[in-house]
Design a protein around this ligand. Structure first.
Ligand SMILES: Nc1ncnc2c1ncn2[C@@H]1O[C@H](COP(=O)(O)OP(=O)(O)O)[C@@H](O)[C@H]1O
Ligand SMILES: [Mg+2]
Length: 293
């Protein structure tokens, strides 16, 4: 797990991202690393798992372990505090041109994703934590997240062109500067994703999983983001194959497990438990990190 400052858990809803995020966080915390487990899923379950109401403020959960759940709205609020004046300056300059241009800039595609990445990048830069375990929103949104910084740059380039059409270059230098700063920020985010973020894909051994995992891995590779492990959750173990149904289901699962193993070399299987208890969280942790102990 060299150089991964952020471990991003991605996969469909309900496959075990939050559960596994917590197990991974417990591992790093127990190794003495200052660990933050962060959820940006609108349906977060970290609070349930820890039995503590987490909020957008970072709370201490135990020795070396901290947690937070943050919503898209809160992230936008923080971005406004940070860049609000600049946005206003840019907007105002466009305002008497044509309202559709204002709308165009203000509703830039993926502005929320851009803010989220900026928030996480700042967390890493602050060096308050050795590692951030990021429990993300279901897959579609994660993929959107990756392509946003470069789309945002394209959008800003276009905005500059539109702007230049209406104003003489020398009349509003500060606006060009602001747009350029935003571009630099997007470039920093792209670099951050490549250098400090790693993916752990989570799936279950079912039909759709293979297809979706393949897509997820392809997209991450395309964006040059390192893939650490693929974790297959809910794998039926021998000791519970005690009925025809369970035997059959285990057999079907096996095919999908094999397919996923063909996609990626570092695959971990997590057993299906009766329920998630503290003890089972530790079993999951041991399974994921058994090669590293
Ligand atoms: N290996 C497992 N065995 C049994 N139940 C599990 C396992 N992994 C997760 N669960 C349960 O499945 C449900 C969904 O898990 P969760 O981690 O919330 O998924 P996600 O974050 O991907 O939506 C939860 O009730 C959780 O306790
Ligand atoms: Mg979750």
């Amino acid at each position: 797990m060299k150089n991964c400052k952020v471990l991003m858990l991605s996969g469909k809803g309900g496959v075990g991202k939050s559960t596994i995020s917590v197990s991974i966080a417990l591992h790093f915390a127990s190794k003495g690393k200052k660990t933050l487990v962060l959820s940006t899923d609108p349906a977060p379950s970290l609070s349930n798992i820890f039995g503590i109401n987490l909020s957008d403020k970072i709370s201490k959960l135990k020795e070396n372990l901290y947690g937070t759940e943050i919503s898209g709205d809160e992230i936008i609020k923080r971005w406004n505090e940070k860049f609000g004046n600049e946005i206003y300056t840019v907007m105002r300059a466009f305002a008497d041109v044509d309202y559709s241009i204002v709308e165009y800039l203000g509703t830039a595609p993926g502005i929320e994703e851009e803010f989220m990445l900026d928030y996480i990048m700042e967390l890493v830069k602050s060096k308050k934590f050795d590692i951030v375990i990021w429990d993300t929103a279901p897959m579609g949104n994660t993929l959107k997240l990756l392509s946003m910084p470069s789309k945002f740059i394209t959008h800003l380039n276009f905005a500059t062109k539109v702007y230049t059409k209406f104003y003489k270059r020398n009349s509003a230098k500060s606006i060009y500067e602001i747009i350029d700063e935003w571009k630099v920020l997007s470039e920093q985010i792209i670099k951050f994703l490549k250098e400090e973020v790693c993916l752990m894909a989570v799936c279950i051994p079912e039909n759709l999983a293979v297809e979706q995992t393949e897509k997820l891995l392809d997209e991450f590779k395309e964006h040059d983001i390192r893939v650490q492990k693929v974790i297959i959750n809910n794998v039926i173990q021998k000791d519970i194959q005690d009925s025809k149904f369970m035997l059959k289901k285990a057999e079907i699962q096996r095919q999908y497990v094999e397919k996923i193993k063909n996609l990626h070399s570092d695959v971990v299987e997590i057993p299906l438990f009766e329920e998630i208890t503290e003890e089972n969280l530790i079993k999951i942790m041991r399974e994921i990190f058994k090669d590293e102990i």
